[in-house]
Every structure is written in structure tokens, then in C-alpha cells.
Design a protein around this ligand. Structure first.
Ligand code: F6R
Length: 357
């Protein structure tokens, strides 16, 4: 039940720190180490390549998961949109493992890929919030998100839970191969949960920013590089689906290859700057759009922040920034929807689980 909250979405945004803590607790053994069933880790280690299959927000989590698996566990990963994969089958590696990411575990586009994968005889792991869901039952293995029921159509806590579970999977796989990832993931996830608490207490500022940038605009762009780019895709999807503002996420460097033509006087451009190695280049992209009249909103992280920034995130490990940079974007979308009089929890034309192809 949503209790004192006006909307499920706001409640579910606020539940994110508790969900991260629950994931740490659930995936940690008595010795305090993160652990996952041996048979799952064996399946990951037997694979020469992982194929992540998902739709919408879960696809966006998959893009972040690819970075974790490649950077921590050194296993190559491809990420595919379910509805494209079926008729656009890539040339598969010799020993693929398929990972299906699905909050509901019922998405028909993903299920049809799973059916095909099983026909071909390949192993499959489902990462889902719903035990006993179709994708969980039909795959060989399941990892649960432990996010609790997600009621709002716009996915929030499932996205951060998916990213956290993918991080755990990458860390445990790395450890099983004697790879030192160079940091203590459960400790860093604890810091992420604390940072999320701070963000959930900063709603007033985000509401003001949302009112200023989004209450009357027709469109909005999100730009970022590296992990920030993937979070921009998610931020844009959140905004589109609940506020009906045309929003797109772009890789900062791609702007000049076309999209910058869309920038007019006052066009809102949200820029994420949480990655040290691209901090200056993304700020260069902000200057390019400002020179064409854009209204910039820079969301940076402590340690990388500058005077021009609208919002500064608490510092977390550079690989884990998507878990916290998405929170202000979820809140921006929430308040935009609210200020524009839209139905926050049940946006038009959308269903919580998409059970048709
Ligand atoms: C966006 C959203 C959708 C779902 C997508 C996949 O907020 O909720 O994009 O992420 O329909 O759903 P699941 O994860 O249930 O397979």
C-alpha cells in the first residue's frame, strides 16, 4: 500500500536505499562475502560470451551490467533489445550464456527469445523481481531482485536493484576466477544506499529544478558519456512515459553529428557528469549547446563539480554512479508529470507488464 505517499512512484523511489541494503544482506554469507549459487557462477564461467536480453528500463540496466561483467569479471557481453533479437539473431559465440533481465518476468518479447534459446539448447539465467514468473520458471537459473512489488508503471527501484544484482554477479564471478576488482563491493554498495538516502531527502531542490526546466517545455535532451550516457537513456525514458515530454538521451560526442540541430532557445539539456575521465568533454558538449541557446542543467558528483552545476551528487565509486545519478532523473520525471497534471502511476497507453509481442 502506498500509505502516506501520494503516488506509488514516489514511494518506490524512496524505497531504493532499503532495496540496496536488502540485496547486500541477501547476497552476503556468514563470512560477510558476497555469494551466488555455485551452479550459476559455473554457468557464467563456462560461457565464452554473455548475451543480455531485455526491454525498456531493464535493457538500460543491462547496458550498465555489461560494463560490470566486462570490467570486473573480464567476460565479453552483448546487450540486445528482446523484440529485435528474435529476427536479428547475431552470430552467436560457441558457448553463449543468456541472461534475461525482467522486473515482471512476464514480458512477452523477452519470453519469445527465451523459448528460442531453449530450443537451441543454450543455458539461460533470469534476473527478475518475481519468483515463479514465466521467465524464471522457463530459465535454468534465477537471481531475484528482492525489490518488493513495483506498482507504478514507471520502473524505478527495479532498475537500481537490477544494477546492484548485476554488480554482485560480476564481483562473485571475478572472485571465483581469482580476479581482484580493486574495491569492496558490499562496502561500496552500502555507501550507495547512504547516498540514496541523501538524495531522497533533496526532493525540494529537484522539484524546483523540474518546475523551472520541465513545466512547459515540449522537449528535453539528456547527455552523458560512458555510464552517464546509459543513465541518460533511462532518464529520458522516465520523462517520456510519465510526462509525455519528448525526451531523448544522447552520447555527448554524438550531438554534433546531427542532434544539435534540434537545440533552440530555451531547450532544456540535462547533462550528467559523474565520470572523471569524461568530465571535461561532457562540459565541452554543454558549452556547445549553450552557445545555441540551450538551458543547461548539469548534474555532477562531488569531487568533479563546478560552479555552474545545478545539482551535485554525493560521491560513490565510479562504476556505481548509475545507482545514484538515476535518482534525480526519476524525481525530475516525477515532478514534471505532477506539475503537468499527468497520471503519474498509470500513464496513458502503457501497461505494467507487456504480455503481448
Ligand atoms: C519503463 C518500464 C518498461 C519496462 C519494460 C520491461 O519504466 O517499466 O520499459 O522496463 O516493459 O519490463 P520487464 O522488466 O518487466 O521485462
Amino acid at each position: 500500500e502506498k500509505g502516506t505517499y501520494p503516488h506509488y512512484m514516489l514511494k518506490e523511489i524512496d524505497e531504493q536505499p532499503a532495496v540496496i541494503r536488502k540485496i547486500i544482506q541477501t547476497y552476503r554469507n556468514e563470512q560477510g562475502e558476497l555469494t551466488i549459487d555455485r551452479e550459476i557462477i559455473d554457468a557464467v564461467n563456462e560461457a565464452d560470451r554473455i548475451y543480455i536480453i531485455a526491454a525498456g528500463t531493464s535493457y538500460h540496466a543491462g547496458l550498465v551490467g555489461k560494463q560490470f561483467m566486462e570490467k570486473m569479471a573480464k567476460i565479453p557481453v552483448e546487450v540486445h533489445i528482446s523484440s529485435e533479437f528474435g529476427y536479428n539473431l547475431p552470430l552467436l559465440s560457441k558457448k553463449p550464456l543468456f541472461i534475461f533481465i525482467s522486473q515482471s518476468g512476464e514480458t512477452a518479447d523477452s519470453r519469445s527469445v527465451l523459448v528460442k534459446v531453449k530450443e537451441l539448447g543454450y543455458p539461460a539465467l533470469t534476473i527478475t523481481n518475481v519468483p515463479g514468473s514465466t521467465l524464471s520458471r522457463e530459465a535454468d537459473f534465477t537471481l531475484l531482485l528482492h525489490a518488493g512489488p513495483e506498482i507504478a508503471v514507471a520502473s524505478t527501484k527495479a532498475y537500481t536493484a537490477q544494477i546492484a544484482v548485476l554488480a554482485v554477479l560480476a564481483e562473485v564471478t571475478a572472485k571465483s576466477n581469482g580476479i581482484d576488482i580493486g574495491f569492496d563491493l558490499s562496502h561500496e554498495l552500502g555507501l550507495v544506499a547512504n547516498a540514496m538516502d541523501v538524495l531522497c531527502d533533496s526532493k525540494e531542490l529537484i522539484e524546483i529544478i523540474s518546475r523551472e526546466f520541465l513545466s512547459t517545455t515540449r522537449n528535453c535532451f539528456f547527455i552523458g558519456r560512458g555510464l552517464d550516457y546509459y543513465v541518460c537513456l533511462e532518464g529520458a525514458l522516465k520523462l517520456k512515459e510519465i510526462s509525455y515530454i519528448q525526451a531523448e538521451g544522447f552520447a555527448g560526442g554524438e550531438l554534433k553529428h546531427g542532434t544539435i540541430a534540434l537545440i533552440e532557445d530555451g531547450t532544456p539539456v540535462v547533462a550528467l557528469a559523474t565520470q572523471e575521465k569524461v568530465n571535461l568533454s561532457i562540459r565541452g558538449n554543454v558549452k556547445e549547446v549553450v552557445a545555441r541557446g540551450a538551458n543547461p542543467c548539469i548534474i555532477s558528483m562531488q569531487g568533479l563539480n563546478m560552479d555552474e552545476d545545478s545539482f551535485v551528487l554525493p560521491e560513490v565509486h565510479e562504476l556505481l554512479t548509475p545507482l545514484i545519478s538515476v535518482v534525480p532523473l526519476q524525481l525530475l520525471a516525477y515532478y514534471a508529470s505532477l506539475h503537468r497534471g499527468c497520471d503519474v502511476d498509470k500513464p496513458r497507453n502503457l501497461a505494467k507488464s507487456v504480455t503481448v509481442e
